[in-house]
Design a protein around this ligand. Structure first.
Ligand code: DX5
Ligand code: ZN
Length: 220
């Protein structure tokens, strides 16, 4: 049942003074994807990293880089993140005037396109976009910071999106980001999520704990 679940540690909770080492450690600890939170201090009230850091991290793991862009405008940075080695590039529809064009641009760069829905963002944005997406990312906290509490109303949203994805018959991943721990992970999975971002829950306790933390999120 949980074998299809992907765990994507958010390096936002890693030690930024040794990011390469941290990426190698979560890779060896059995994560599936590497989740990279990019924040601009404008779209969200925090600043993190840019494409240069993604490029330098790239040699430290062969696992997919799941790049979550919390930046506005977004379109002019897509190419830089693609060239830096992103595999999935996700953006918020509020980050620009033409979300469909942004999806087209990501796909044209040969990358997987993800759309991110904030807690208050309604689902109708999916009506004419879902068929072109590779990933839908449900924010279960407001974007900007790690360590926040899971917002339960997002479980209904996950259930609804699961139905919509199944209706398409396409291979679209359903990812949840924010407040995922051993209590909320099973709820998100039960609602239909197949990919879990986990910052705090992965990195708590230091490198010696990463493997156990990741297994715990899988329910092992
Ligand atoms: C929040 C980020 C998340 C965050 C998750 O804006 O998108 O990826 O780092 O952190 P935790 O798992 O600690 O809630
Ligand atoms: Zn994220």
């Amino acid at each position: 049942m949980t074998s299809n679940i992907r765990i994507a540690p958010s390096i936002l909770s890693a030690d930024f003074a040794k990011l390469g080492e941290e990426v190698r450690a979560i890779d060896e600890a059995g994560c599936d994807w590497i989740h990279v939170d990019v924040m601009d201090g404008h779209f969200v009230p925090n600043i993190t990293i840019g494409p240069g850091v993604v490029k330098d991290l790239r040699p430290h793991s062969e696992k997919p880089f799941d790049v979550h862009l919390m930046i506005s405008p977004v379109d002019q940075y897509l190419e830089a993140f693609a060239e830096a080695g992103a595999d999935y590039i996700s953006f918020h529809p509020e980050a620009g005037p033409h979300p469909h064009r942004t999806v087209q641009s990501i796909t044209a760069l040969g990358k997987k396109a993800g759309l991110v829905l904030n807690p208050a963002t309604p689902l109708d944005i999916l009506d004419y976009l879902i068929d072109d997406l590779d990933l839908i990312l449900v924010m279960s906290v407001n974007p900007g910071f790690g360590g926040q509490s899971f917002i339960d109303s997002q479980l209904r949203k996950i259930e609804n999106i699961r139905q919509r994805i199944d209706q398409t018959g396409k291979d679209i991943r359903l990812e949840v980001d924010g407040g995922i721990d051993q209590t909320t992970a099973p709820k998100a999975i039960a609602a239909g999520a197949d990919t879990l971002v986990a910052g705090t829950a992965t990195f708590t306790g230091g490198p010696g704990q990463y493997a156990a933390n990741i297994s715990g999120l899988r329910g092992e």
